[in-house]
Design a protein around this ligand. Sequence first.
Ligand code: PMV
Length: 334
Amino acid sequence: MGGICDDHLLSLLRGSVPAISCSAPGKVILCGEHAVVYGKPAIAVPVLEVATKCNIFARPSAPSDEITIVAPNIGLNCKLGCLVESHPIRATLRLVLEHLQIDHLPVCEIRIHSTLPTAAGMGSSASVSVAMIRAVSTFLGHPLDNVEVNSIAFEIEKIHHGSPSGIDNTVITYAKPLFYVRSTPYEFLQVQKPMTLVVANTGIRSSTVQVVGEVKQRASSEPQKYDHLFSKIAEISLTVRKCIETGALDEVGKKLSENHILLQEIGVSCPKLDELVSCALTHGALGAKLSGSGQGGNMIALVDAEQAQNVANELKTAGAVNAVITQVPAEGKK
Ligand code: PMV
């Protein structure tokens, strides 16, 4: 690629390129978390009601090479050079420049704002990466396609989470319901009937890298038990896929609740998650479970659309700090 094309560079320097604005959604894992790290299938869906936006403004009059990063959600308002080399934001810029074979970013201000809760299993790190990769590459005049965006976002996920399965960056890049098996080509789901989910946050922050690490330790000391649990979860993901594709949502609900019990056995639930799962089931959810790495973060409930608001209200009364209602549309309907 070799550089920014002359016309684009001139427009940037004159400040006549309008502010670049790119975004990425959040996600929840419907089933298969943790098992997916061990090569089993999982299903994830985008959550479009929350998003990260990355805006970039050319600042031609600022001192040369001065890149400012403003990211209020994570308390950042600084010059790029103040971030350590391995900081995910700095690494994202480096990887995009390397990919495009461009040696530097013109003077600019990068603003990142996200409505995703952090450390809560909704993919905030992947969402920031995807929005930023899109914005930076567009700012440089070479917008990357989804395959490129996804592959760079996966590298950044490794900085955040050590050895991620790749499900978060993939569902967030493509913003489509996804059937995912690590290291194999991903497949998008043919959703037969729209699904309504309530996503409720316990308010307990949870570190994916820590929870995944603890599961790894337990799995290596009790391999038979964990192999069995991961295989049961794999069966659930296969059944859920079939049911989503045939519109058997009652069965999807049952399988999600079964998945929660297996996640309890894996040791990644917590009293607050269990309480919110029970609350959703008591108030008519078709199924409910924790979502993501667990030990805090969010739970999800599959509900009939007309019950969604009531279940969301009940979850808040039971102590959820927030409850988002999201719809997974039937294929081709949205
Ligand atoms: O980042 P979270 O909390 O959504 O968890 C990711 C899901 C795991 O399966 C626990 C880890 C992974 O890399 O897939």
